[in-house]
Design a protein around this ligand. Structure first.
Ligand SMILES: [Mg+2]
Length: 91
């Protein structure tokens, strides 16, 4: 059992899913400070990005959706690549 699975097992689904929301809002706050107030907060952005990634791993375990997310992500990236090709060709 890895650390993400342990966290979900020991602390439970609902608390961990609330923690996802909390960490996403902390990252949101740091991005807004950086962009809107030109704050030099790269350390905080690094921390909160890691926190969100850690919680997203747990979210995928909670809902047992890791494979479907990976599959969707692969297709989505292809779509984004096609859109980028179009944009670049417009120039
Ligand atoms: Mg945090």
């Amino acid at each position: 059992m890895n650390t993400f699975e342990r966290a979900v097992k020991v602390w439970g689904k609902a608390p961990q899913m609330l923690q996802v929301i909390e960490e996403m809002s902390e990252l949101t706050k740091e991005i807004l400070k950086n962009i809107n107030r030109q704050k030099d907060n790269i350390d905080e952005i690094i921390e909160e990005t890691a926190d969100v990634e850690i919680m997203l791993e747990q979210l995928k375990i909670c809902y047992n959706i890791a494979d479907r997310v990976a599959e969707y992500k692969k297709e989505k990236l292809k779509k984004i690549d096609r859109r980028l090709d179009e944009w670049e060709n417009k120039k």
